[in-house]
Write a protein that binds this ligand. Structure first.
Ligand code: ADP
Ligand code: MG
Length: 359
Protein backbone atom coordinates (compact mmCIF):
# COMPACT_ATOMS: atom_id res chain seq x y z
CA UNK A 1 0.00 0.00 0.00
CA UNK A 2 1.27 3.43 -0.90
CA UNK A 3 0.33 5.99 1.70
CA UNK A 4 3.48 7.89 1.84
CA UNK A 5 3.49 10.29 -1.05
CA UNK A 6 2.72 13.96 -0.39
CA UNK A 7 -0.47 14.08 -2.46
CA UNK A 8 -2.18 11.14 -0.76
CA UNK A 9 -1.18 12.47 2.65
CA UNK A 10 -2.53 15.89 1.85
CA UNK A 11 -5.82 14.49 0.60
CA UNK A 12 -6.43 12.22 3.57
CA UNK A 13 -5.35 14.76 6.15
CA UNK A 14 -7.05 17.66 4.31
CA UNK A 15 -4.10 19.83 5.14
CA UNK A 16 -0.94 20.53 3.23
CA UNK A 17 1.79 18.59 4.95
CA UNK A 18 5.27 18.27 3.65
CA UNK A 19 6.55 14.91 4.79
CA UNK A 20 10.10 14.92 6.05
CA UNK A 21 10.59 11.45 4.56
CA UNK A 22 10.38 10.26 0.99
CA UNK A 23 9.19 6.69 0.90
CA UNK A 24 11.22 5.43 -2.03
CA UNK A 25 14.46 7.01 -0.87
CA UNK A 26 13.87 5.60 2.55
CA UNK A 27 13.20 2.07 1.33
CA UNK A 28 16.23 2.26 -0.95
CA UNK A 29 18.49 3.26 1.90
CA UNK A 30 16.97 0.65 4.24
CA UNK A 31 17.62 -1.93 1.56
CA UNK A 32 21.22 -0.82 1.04
CA UNK A 33 22.10 -0.61 4.70
CA UNK A 34 20.18 -3.47 6.29
CA UNK A 35 18.98 -5.75 3.51
CA UNK A 36 22.04 -7.89 2.98
CA UNK A 37 21.15 -11.36 1.73
CA UNK A 38 21.82 -14.64 3.48
CA UNK A 39 22.22 -18.01 1.72
CA UNK A 40 18.58 -19.06 2.08
CA UNK A 41 17.21 -15.82 0.56
CA UNK A 42 16.30 -16.09 -3.13
CA UNK A 43 14.70 -12.63 -3.27
CA UNK A 44 14.99 -10.04 -0.50
CA UNK A 45 13.80 -6.40 -0.46
CA UNK A 46 12.93 -5.02 -3.89
CA UNK A 47 10.23 -7.22 -5.36
CA UNK A 48 6.55 -7.62 -4.53
CA UNK A 49 7.35 -10.28 -1.97
CA UNK A 50 10.37 -12.09 -0.60
CA UNK A 51 11.31 -15.67 -1.49
CA UNK A 52 13.23 -17.98 0.80
CA UNK A 53 14.27 -21.60 0.44
CA UNK A 54 13.11 -24.24 2.87
CA UNK A 55 14.74 -27.48 3.78
CA UNK A 56 12.82 -30.76 3.79
CA UNK A 57 12.19 -32.11 7.26
CA UNK A 58 12.16 -28.74 8.98
CA UNK A 59 9.17 -26.78 10.16
CA UNK A 60 8.86 -23.07 9.62
CA UNK A 61 8.25 -21.13 12.85
CA UNK A 62 6.64 -17.71 12.46
CA UNK A 63 5.91 -14.93 14.91
CA UNK A 64 4.81 -11.33 14.76
CA UNK A 65 4.62 -8.49 17.27
CA UNK A 66 3.14 -5.03 17.10
CA UNK A 67 4.63 -2.17 19.09
CA UNK A 68 2.63 1.00 19.55
CA UNK A 69 4.07 4.26 20.81
CA UNK A 70 2.49 5.21 24.12
CA UNK A 71 1.47 1.60 24.84
CA UNK A 72 4.69 -0.38 24.47
CA UNK A 73 7.26 2.35 24.58
CA UNK A 74 7.71 5.96 25.55
CA UNK A 75 10.26 7.95 23.60
CA UNK A 76 10.97 10.02 26.72
CA UNK A 77 12.59 6.98 28.33
CA UNK A 78 13.86 4.88 25.42
CA UNK A 79 15.78 5.86 22.30
CA UNK A 80 14.67 4.80 18.81
CA UNK A 81 17.62 2.38 18.73
CA UNK A 82 16.25 0.66 21.84
CA UNK A 83 12.72 0.49 20.44
CA UNK A 84 14.11 -1.39 17.44
CA UNK A 85 16.33 -3.57 19.59
CA UNK A 86 13.51 -4.51 21.97
CA UNK A 87 11.08 -5.19 19.14
CA UNK A 88 13.57 -7.60 17.57
CA UNK A 89 14.26 -9.32 20.90
CA UNK A 90 10.53 -9.82 21.54
CA UNK A 91 10.32 -11.77 18.28
CA UNK A 92 13.64 -13.59 18.68
CA UNK A 93 12.51 -14.65 22.13
CA UNK A 94 9.29 -16.18 20.77
CA UNK A 95 11.35 -18.31 18.41
CA UNK A 96 13.69 -19.22 21.30
CA UNK A 97 10.69 -20.41 23.35
CA UNK A 98 9.73 -22.79 20.51
CA UNK A 99 13.26 -24.23 20.36
CA UNK A 100 13.79 -22.73 16.90
CA UNK A 101 16.45 -20.85 14.96
CA UNK A 102 15.47 -17.40 13.60
CA UNK A 103 16.32 -16.62 9.97
CA UNK A 104 14.41 -13.76 8.29
CA UNK A 105 12.82 -10.53 9.40
CA UNK A 106 10.05 -8.36 7.91
CA UNK A 107 9.40 -4.89 9.35
CA UNK A 108 6.21 -2.85 8.91
CA UNK A 109 6.47 0.72 10.03
CA UNK A 110 4.15 3.72 10.42
CA UNK A 111 5.94 7.04 10.87
CA UNK A 112 4.29 10.07 12.51
CA UNK A 113 4.45 13.39 10.69
CA UNK A 114 7.27 14.71 12.77
CA UNK A 115 9.30 11.51 12.32
CA UNK A 116 12.63 11.83 10.55
CA UNK A 117 14.62 9.42 8.44
CA UNK A 118 17.36 9.69 11.03
CA UNK A 119 14.95 8.25 13.59
CA UNK A 120 13.96 5.47 11.19
CA UNK A 121 17.61 4.58 10.69
CA UNK A 122 18.19 4.53 14.43
CA UNK A 123 15.24 2.18 14.78
CA UNK A 124 16.63 -0.14 12.10
CA UNK A 125 20.12 0.00 13.57
CA UNK A 126 18.71 -1.18 16.90
CA UNK A 127 16.67 -3.90 15.22
CA UNK A 128 19.61 -5.20 13.23
CA UNK A 129 21.98 -4.99 16.22
CA UNK A 130 19.72 -7.48 18.02
CA UNK A 131 19.42 -9.69 14.90
CA UNK A 132 23.02 -9.71 13.67
CA UNK A 133 24.45 -12.09 16.29
CA UNK A 134 21.85 -14.61 15.13
CA UNK A 135 22.48 -14.06 11.40
CA UNK A 136 18.93 -12.89 10.82
CA UNK A 137 18.51 -10.81 7.66
CA UNK A 138 15.90 -8.19 6.74
CA UNK A 139 13.93 -9.46 3.71
CA UNK A 140 11.06 -6.98 3.47
CA UNK A 141 8.44 -4.83 5.10
CA UNK A 142 6.00 -2.01 4.53
CA UNK A 143 5.97 1.71 5.20
CA UNK A 144 3.13 4.08 5.96
CA UNK A 145 2.52 7.50 7.43
CA UNK A 146 0.83 7.70 10.82
CA UNK A 147 -1.51 10.42 12.06
CA UNK A 148 -0.71 9.53 15.67
CA UNK A 149 2.49 7.97 16.98
CA UNK A 150 4.95 5.37 15.74
CA UNK A 151 3.89 1.81 15.01
CA UNK A 152 6.33 -0.98 14.40
CA UNK A 153 5.33 -4.51 13.51
CA UNK A 154 7.97 -7.16 13.03
CA UNK A 155 7.50 -10.61 11.58
CA UNK A 156 10.21 -13.14 12.20
CA UNK A 157 10.56 -16.42 10.33
CA UNK A 158 12.63 -19.27 11.68
CA UNK A 159 13.12 -23.00 11.38
CA UNK A 160 12.84 -25.86 13.83
CA UNK A 161 13.31 -29.61 13.41
CA UNK A 162 9.94 -31.16 14.39
CA UNK A 163 11.39 -33.32 17.16
CA UNK A 164 13.09 -30.32 18.69
CA UNK A 165 9.99 -28.11 18.98
CA UNK A 166 8.94 -26.88 22.43
CA UNK A 167 5.24 -26.27 23.05
CA UNK A 168 3.40 -24.73 25.97
CA UNK A 169 1.26 -27.84 26.19
CA UNK A 170 3.76 -30.50 27.27
CA UNK A 171 4.01 -29.95 31.06
CA UNK A 172 3.10 -32.96 33.22
CA UNK A 173 2.30 -33.39 36.92
CA UNK A 174 5.59 -33.95 38.76
CA UNK A 175 7.72 -31.89 36.35
CA UNK A 176 9.99 -29.21 37.77
CA UNK A 177 9.59 -25.60 36.80
CA UNK A 178 12.73 -23.77 35.72
CA UNK A 179 13.62 -20.28 34.61
CA UNK A 180 16.75 -18.94 32.87
CA UNK A 181 18.73 -15.93 34.14
CA UNK A 182 17.17 -13.49 36.61
CA UNK A 183 13.70 -11.95 36.53
CA UNK A 184 12.29 -8.58 37.59
CA UNK A 185 15.28 -6.61 36.29
CA UNK A 186 13.53 -5.10 33.29
CA UNK A 187 10.62 -3.83 35.38
CA UNK A 188 13.02 -2.37 37.96
CA UNK A 189 14.88 -0.65 35.11
CA UNK A 190 11.66 0.74 33.67
CA UNK A 191 10.55 2.01 37.07
CA UNK A 192 13.90 3.70 37.51
CA UNK A 193 13.60 5.39 34.13
CA UNK A 194 10.14 6.64 35.08
CA UNK A 195 11.05 8.08 38.47
CA UNK A 196 10.55 11.85 38.23
CA UNK A 197 13.90 12.56 39.88
CA UNK A 198 15.64 10.39 37.34
CA UNK A 199 13.84 12.02 34.44
CA UNK A 200 14.76 15.45 35.73
CA UNK A 201 18.44 14.73 35.98
CA UNK A 202 19.68 11.30 34.93
CA UNK A 203 23.36 12.11 35.47
CA UNK A 204 23.11 13.52 38.97
CA UNK A 205 20.62 11.02 40.21
CA UNK A 206 21.90 8.42 42.65
CA UNK A 207 19.22 8.02 45.36
CA UNK A 208 21.17 5.65 47.58
CA UNK A 209 21.66 3.18 44.80
CA UNK A 210 24.89 2.26 43.11
CA UNK A 211 25.51 3.52 39.61
CA UNK A 212 26.57 0.07 38.48
CA UNK A 213 23.30 -1.53 39.59
CA UNK A 214 21.32 1.30 38.09
CA UNK A 215 23.03 0.83 34.74
CA UNK A 216 22.55 -2.93 34.89
CA UNK A 217 18.78 -2.60 35.39
CA UNK A 218 18.38 0.05 32.71
CA UNK A 219 20.39 -2.08 30.27
CA UNK A 220 18.23 -5.09 31.09
CA UNK A 221 15.23 -2.98 30.14
CA UNK A 222 16.66 -1.33 27.05
CA UNK A 223 18.68 -4.22 25.65
CA UNK A 224 17.25 -7.52 26.79
CA UNK A 225 18.66 -10.86 25.63
CA UNK A 226 16.69 -13.49 23.75
CA UNK A 227 17.65 -16.91 25.11
CA UNK A 228 18.11 -18.58 21.75
CA UNK A 229 21.02 -20.83 22.66
CA UNK A 230 19.16 -22.06 25.73
CA UNK A 231 15.93 -22.71 23.81
CA UNK A 232 17.69 -24.66 21.05
CA UNK A 233 19.63 -26.67 23.60
CA UNK A 234 16.47 -27.53 25.56
CA UNK A 235 14.69 -28.58 22.37
CA UNK A 236 17.52 -30.43 20.65
CA UNK A 237 18.28 -32.52 23.73
CA UNK A 238 14.63 -33.12 24.66
CA UNK A 239 15.33 -31.65 28.08
CA UNK A 240 12.16 -29.60 28.48
CA UNK A 241 8.59 -30.85 28.34
CA UNK A 242 7.19 -27.34 27.72
CA UNK A 243 8.45 -23.77 27.40
CA UNK A 244 7.32 -20.14 27.14
CA UNK A 245 9.19 -16.86 27.21
CA UNK A 246 8.46 -14.37 29.98
CA UNK A 247 7.21 -11.37 28.07
CA UNK A 248 4.22 -10.28 30.18
CA UNK A 249 5.38 -11.44 33.62
CA UNK A 250 5.91 -14.78 35.38
CA UNK A 251 2.54 -14.73 37.19
CA UNK A 252 0.72 -14.43 33.87
CA UNK A 253 2.98 -16.43 31.58
CA UNK A 254 3.00 -19.48 33.90
CA UNK A 255 -0.79 -19.50 33.50
CA UNK A 256 -0.37 -20.09 29.76
CA UNK A 257 1.70 -23.22 30.32
CA UNK A 258 -0.80 -24.48 32.91
CA UNK A 259 -3.82 -23.82 30.72
CA UNK A 260 -2.29 -25.36 27.62
CA UNK A 261 -0.99 -28.37 29.56
CA UNK A 262 -4.08 -28.68 31.78
CA UNK A 263 -2.03 -28.75 34.99
CA UNK A 264 -1.55 -26.64 38.14
CA UNK A 265 1.73 -25.31 39.52
CA UNK A 266 3.45 -24.06 42.63
CA UNK A 267 6.19 -21.48 42.79
CA UNK A 268 8.57 -21.30 45.75
CA UNK A 269 9.01 -17.56 46.20
CA UNK A 270 12.33 -17.99 48.01
CA UNK A 271 13.74 -19.68 44.95
CA UNK A 272 13.03 -16.86 42.49
CA UNK A 273 16.29 -15.80 40.81
CA UNK A 274 16.72 -12.12 41.68
CA UNK A 275 19.77 -10.11 40.70
CA UNK A 276 21.61 -8.13 43.35
CA UNK A 277 20.68 -4.99 41.46
CA UNK A 278 16.98 -5.87 41.58
CA UNK A 279 17.17 -6.67 45.30
CA UNK A 280 19.06 -3.45 45.90
CA UNK A 281 16.56 -1.40 43.94
CA UNK A 282 13.62 -2.96 45.77
CA UNK A 283 15.25 -2.36 49.16
CA UNK A 284 15.80 1.35 48.51
CA UNK A 285 12.25 1.81 47.18
CA UNK A 286 10.50 -0.19 49.89
CA UNK A 287 9.29 -2.78 47.41
CA UNK A 288 9.25 -6.56 47.62
CA UNK A 289 11.62 -7.82 44.90
CA UNK A 290 9.53 -10.99 44.59
CA UNK A 291 6.62 -8.84 43.44
CA UNK A 292 8.85 -7.33 40.75
CA UNK A 293 9.80 -10.85 39.65
CA UNK A 294 6.19 -12.07 39.50
CA UNK A 295 4.88 -9.00 37.75
CA UNK A 296 7.74 -7.94 35.55
CA UNK A 297 7.48 -8.66 31.86
CA UNK A 298 10.03 -8.05 29.16
CA UNK A 299 12.84 -9.93 30.85
CA UNK A 300 12.57 -12.40 27.95
CA UNK A 301 13.85 -15.24 30.10
CA UNK A 302 12.56 -18.73 29.36
CA UNK A 303 10.18 -20.51 31.70
CA UNK A 304 10.15 -24.26 31.11
CA UNK A 305 9.31 -27.61 32.66
CA UNK A 306 11.56 -30.64 33.07
CA UNK A 307 10.67 -34.20 34.01
CA UNK A 308 12.28 -35.54 37.21
CA UNK A 309 14.17 -38.09 35.10
CA UNK A 310 15.80 -35.39 32.95
CA UNK A 311 16.60 -32.96 35.75
CA UNK A 312 20.09 -34.28 36.61
CA UNK A 313 21.14 -34.23 32.94
CA UNK A 314 19.71 -30.71 32.56
CA UNK A 315 21.64 -29.35 35.52
CA UNK A 316 24.89 -31.09 34.63
CA UNK A 317 24.96 -29.95 31.03
CA UNK A 318 23.81 -26.42 31.92
CA UNK A 319 26.95 -26.02 34.01
CA UNK A 320 29.15 -27.18 31.13
CA UNK A 321 27.37 -24.83 28.74
CA UNK A 322 27.52 -21.91 31.17
CA UNK A 323 23.71 -21.47 31.18
CA UNK A 324 22.15 -20.01 34.27
CA UNK A 325 19.02 -21.92 35.32
CA UNK A 326 16.99 -21.95 38.53
CA UNK A 327 14.34 -24.39 39.71
CA UNK A 328 11.48 -22.23 41.01
CA UNK A 329 8.76 -24.79 41.67
CA UNK A 330 6.86 -27.75 40.33
CA UNK A 331 3.91 -28.78 38.28
CA UNK A 332 0.90 -29.96 40.28
CA UNK A 333 -2.43 -31.49 39.27
CA UNK A 334 -4.91 -29.18 37.57
CA UNK A 335 -7.18 -28.96 40.62
CA UNK A 336 -4.31 -27.53 42.70
CA UNK A 337 -4.50 -24.36 40.60
CA UNK A 338 -1.63 -21.88 40.78
CA UNK A 339 -0.14 -21.23 44.20
CA UNK A 340 2.95 -19.67 45.67
CA UNK A 341 4.84 -20.99 48.67
CA UNK A 342 5.63 -17.86 50.69
CA UNK A 343 8.79 -17.43 52.76
CA UNK A 344 6.60 -17.90 55.88
CA UNK A 345 5.87 -21.47 54.72
CA UNK A 346 2.25 -20.82 53.74
CA UNK A 347 0.61 -21.49 50.41
CA UNK A 348 -1.27 -18.65 48.76
CA UNK A 349 -3.11 -18.31 45.50
CA UNK A 350 -0.92 -16.86 42.74
CA UNK A 351 -2.44 -13.54 41.74
CA UNK A 352 -1.91 -12.49 38.15
CA UNK A 353 -0.07 -9.18 38.34
CA UNK A 354 1.34 -9.38 34.81
CA UNK A 355 0.86 -6.79 32.14
CA UNK A 356 -2.60 -6.90 30.56
CA UNK A 357 -3.76 -4.74 27.67
CA UNK A 358 -7.51 -4.69 28.00
CA UNK A 359 -8.19 -4.74 31.74
P1 ADP B 1 4.30 -2.79 -2.15
O1 ADP B 1 3.58 -1.59 -2.66
O2 ADP B 1 4.21 -3.99 -3.02
O3 ADP B 1 4.01 -3.04 -0.70
P2 ADP B 1 6.66 -1.36 -1.41
O4 ADP B 1 7.07 -0.24 -2.29
O5 ADP B 1 5.97 -1.05 -0.13
O6 ADP B 1 5.85 -2.42 -2.24
O7 ADP B 1 7.93 -2.23 -1.07
C1 ADP B 1 8.98 -2.45 -1.97
C2 ADP B 1 9.98 -3.35 -1.33
O8 ADP B 1 10.52 -2.73 -0.18
C3 ADP B 1 9.40 -4.68 -0.88
O9 ADP B 1 10.42 -5.65 -1.06
C4 ADP B 1 9.15 -4.46 0.59
O10 ADP B 1 9.21 -5.68 1.30
C5 ADP B 1 10.29 -3.50 0.96
N1 ADP B 1 9.96 -2.59 2.08
C6 ADP B 1 9.00 -1.61 2.09
N2 ADP B 1 8.98 -0.96 3.27
C7 ADP B 1 9.94 -1.52 4.03
C8 ADP B 1 10.40 -1.33 5.36
N3 ADP B 1 9.87 -0.39 6.19
N4 ADP B 1 11.40 -2.11 5.83
C9 ADP B 1 11.93 -3.07 5.03
N5 ADP B 1 11.56 -3.31 3.78
C10 ADP B 1 10.57 -2.56 3.27
MG1 MG C 1 4.45 -1.64 0.68
Amino acid sequence: MKQFNPSSMASTARTKVRPTIREFDLIRSLHQRYGRGTPSVIQGIGDDAAIITSRAGQWAVLTTDLLTEGIHFDLRTVAMFDVGFRAAVANLSDIAAMGGTPRHLLAALAVPRAGTSRQVHQLYRGMMAACRPHHVGLIGGDTSASRSGWFLSLTLIGVVPPRQTLFRSGARFGDFLFVTGTIGDSLAGLRLLNEPRFRANPHQYTAAFSKRYRQFLIDRHRRPTARLAEGQWLGANRLATSAIDISDGLSGDLRHICEESHVGAEIDLRALPLSRACRGYAATRNLNPMDLALRGGEDYELLFTVSPRQRPRLEQTAIKKGFSLTCIGKIRPFRFGLQVLSPDGRYRRLVNTSYRHFT
